[in-house]
Design a protein around this ligand. Structure first.
Ligand code: GLA
Length: 391
């Protein structure tokens, strides 16, 4: 991959790039809408990635070429402003912007960007782009940033420059993921543990079902959920609770009368989802995949009924998987309101499941989804081309 992308860089800039880096997309196995509620998540990195190749310039100009869109963008480090024309460029500008804000000394660059993560599918192509860029710049300008710091800065760039109030999960897993492992992260303390997830050995496979549904209002719905979750927590805080992690369903039940129905349901999802993540980690440690699968189903029910972020297409995936013998679990993954779902299936039933879900989609006349098997890949890396790795 390095070679062919390096060749494409050369075709554009007429010289060889100095560094090569990548950031992977992710699938969140369980723990949805818990990251910004300072709870638990269990994502894994995919072998679908965004790649970034770059060289230093002597001036302050940044030249970008996005191969997927065949578009270019140019700006000066003196004036990093939001691009209305090329939205993709804002994720890169945001990284330069945050590094400058933090006082890091940067120069201009020539860069080439390409990725194979489906866009708008809920697999974190934006975080992968940010991460590939920050890891690349960290290498190129020898900034000495730790992986955790890079994840936090990339999230801050998305929050404050791009204007999307995402949590930390996507950037964190894109940087810290490992092959055949899921990452159990406590989003409050940032303590994490890599949990082995050898699907092949267990004769299982994981399928992504990209519903093709893109909700224009997704980010405002997302922000609305954040507000509701925080209002419900404010009520619980009156009773000495600091974060959702400190609450169990019994305590929540006792405060039910003080909340309206919507706030109660939002809180119930967060509290029960935190619990499911912990149970999923225990299940994985014991290779209990049928329990893991059941937890995925329960997570979907909670996201559908209590957090209300599902849609008919993703509910159909859940219902089909519930009935299909050979599928252990399924749920929507990512923010919801469209995007993708994941299914845990016995390896030799993958094709039969694909066929079944496509038939069901056709019956309902839903948009044709993309259904494909995924592999759990490694986290971000950066290399000097022709030299050693410099994570
Ligand atoms: C999006 C956000 C994440 C997380 C998920 C929901 O992917 O970027 O930070 O909040 O939604 O779990």
């Amino acid at each position: 991959m390095e070679k062919s992308l390096s060749k494409s860089f050369e075709d554009i800039y007429q010289y060889r790039p100095e560094i090569f880096s990548f950031g992977p997309g992710r699938v969140n196995i369980i723990g949805e809408h818990t990251d910004y509620n300072l709870g638990y998540v269990l994502p894994a990195a995919l072998n679908l990635r965004n790649y970034f190749l770059a060289s230093r310039r002597k001036d302050e100009k940044v030249l970008l070429w996005a191969e997927n869109f065949r578009q270019k963008e140019e700006f000066s480090l003196q004036e990093i402003s939001f691009s209305r024309k090329n939205h993709w460029a804002n994720y890169i500008k945001g990284i330069f912007w945050i590094l400058e804000q933090e006082g890091y000394n940067l120069h201009g660059i020539d860069a080439f960007i390409w990725g194979d993560i489906p866009l708008d599918a809920g697999l974190s192509s934006s975080a992968a782009l940010e991460v590939s860029v920050i890891c690349g710049l960290n290498a190129l300008f020898e900034l000495g940033l730790s992986p955790e710091k890079m994840a936090l800065l990339a999230q801050k760039a998305e929050n404050d420059f791009v204007g999307v109030k995402c949590g930390l999960m996507d950037q964190f897993i894109s940087i810290l993921g490992e092959e055949n492992k899921a990452l159990f992260l406590d989003c409050e303390t940032l303590r994490y543990e890599l949990i082995p997830l050898y699907l092949e050995k267990a004769e299982l496979g994981m399928i992504i079902y990209d519903s093709g549904v893109k909700r224009e209002l997704a980010s405002s719905d997302y922000n609305k959920r954040r507000l509701e979750a925080s209002h419900a927590l404010d009520i619980l805080k009156k009773y000495g609770v600091k974060a959702y992690k400190d609450v169990d369903l019994k305590m929540l039940e006792e405060r039910k009368k003080e909340m309206d129905e919507v706030l109660y349901k939002r809180a119930k999802h967060i509290v029960s989802e935190n619990q499911r993540v912990r149970e999923a980690v225990e299940a994985l440690k014991k290779d209990n995949f049928s329990l893991l699968g059941e937890l995925l189903f329960l997570s979907h029910e909670s996201l559908r009924d209590d957090y209300e972020v599902s849609c008919p297409e993703l509910d159909l995936l859940y219902e089909t998987a519930r009935e299909f013998s050979g599928s252990l679990g399924a749920r929507l993954t990512g923010a919801g309101f469209g995007g993708s779902g994941l299914v845990l299936v016995e390896k030799d039933k993958i094709s039969a499941f694909k066929e079944k879900i496509l038939q069901e989609v056709e019956k309902r006349e839903f948009i044709q989804p993309r259904v494909y098997k995924i592999e759990i890949g490694e986290g971000a890396k950066a290399y000097w081309l022709d030299k050693e790795e410099i994570k």
